[in-house]
Design a binder for this molecule. Structure first.
Ligand SMILES: NC(=O)c1ccc[n+]([C@@H]2O[C@H](COP(=O)([O-])OP(=O)(O)OC[C@H]3O[C@@H](n4cnc5c(N)ncnc54)[C@H](O)[C@@H]3O)[C@@H](O)[C@H]2O)c1
Length: 261
């Protein structure tokens, strides 16, 4: 590894498993200290412990204001600063696809969109004061695709508008990122979105119906789905000094599933 993040402090939400865990491991390999932030205490502390002195676990529910502010205080007390925030946590693996109540829709927004906003509100002031910072919001190519249509003809009795509430929230992440870029760019803080394609994590195994993964692989120019590690290089680039003039952008990391103009 090249040590592109030597001396940096990164906060990775949803770092307790799946793709978030891969980000934490790669950031440490690149020289960063990492706050592994997750609502899952056991999984988050296991990841942090396995990374030794380079990582701490901070329990946080990103949809809860008080919890987010306590997370910021804990990170700043431990590491003294923050250079990069990776807003990776979301309701994905734990998403209830059958619930089409409005309360549940609001809950999905609370975690997937407002959670990112709360984390930015908590950590951006430190970056602004330093005159340098990196925010990487994790969206999804789900924000671009008609997932319901791709899933096939389906069963009229099992149809639910709840299924793809996730998709709306992942498109909203792009809007949040643009707002952040516009407001923070003049202070040396960039905000960008990574939109992963289908990534083969335990959450995907749980959520994606059999055969749907092959639909994605077939649609991809690269003819395969991703592994968690495939997401790490682009995120490290956005966290590094090399990306100083990349701001407000979305990078689809999907082997060419969608190619936005
Ligand atoms: N796996 C894919 O195919 C794929 C594709 C596109 C985008 N994504 C996005 O990548 C990210 C990670 O995906 P994954 O496959 O690792 O899924 P995952 O469900 O395993 O990861 C989500 C993580 O967020 C944590 N989390 C959930 N709610 C939280 C909350 N309120 N506060 C703090 N932490 C919370 C979970 O405990 C978990 O560790 C998500 O944002 C997901 O939407 C994944």
């Amino acid at each position: 590894m090249t040590g592109r993040l030597d001396g940096h402090v990164a906060v990775v939400t949803g770092g307790g498993g799946g793709i978030g865990e891969a980000y934490c491991r790669r950031f440490v390999d690149e020289g960063a200290k990492v706050a592994v932030v997750d609502i899952g205490r056991e999984q988050g502390s296991e990841v942090a412990e396995s990374l030794g002195d380079d990582a701490v676990f901070v329990h946080c529910d990103i949809s809860d204001e008080t919890s987010v502010d306590a997370c910021r205080d804990a990170v700043l007390e431990t590491f003294g600063t923050v250079d990069c925030l990776v807003n990776n946590a979301a309701l994905y693996g734990e998403l209830d696809l059958g619930d089409q109540s409005v309360d549940y829709l609001r809950h999905v927004y609370d975690v997937n969109v407002i959670g990112q906003w709360l984390m930015c509100r908590a950590f951006a002031p430190t970056m602004v004061r330093k005159g340098r910072g990196r925010i990487v919001n994790i969206g999804s190519i789900a924000g671009y695709l008609p997932l319901g249509a791709l899933a096939g003809p389906g069963d009229p009795e099992a149809w639910s508008l709840g299924n793809y509430a996730y998709q709306q929230t992942k498109f909203a992440v792009l809007g949040l990122t643009r707002q952040l870029a516009g407001e923070l760019g003049k202070y040396g803080v960039t905000a960008n979105t990574i939109a992963p394609g289908l990534v083969m994590t335990p959450a995907t195994d749980k959520q994606v119906p059999g055969g749907f993964d092959q639909v994605f692989a077939d649609m991809s120019a690269s003819k395969r789905n991703s592994q968690a590690e495939d997401m790490c290089g682009p995120v490290v680039f956005l966290a590094s000094d090399d990306s100083a003039m990349v701001n407000g952008q979305v990078i689809c990391v999907d082997g060419g599933n969608v190619m936005p103009a």
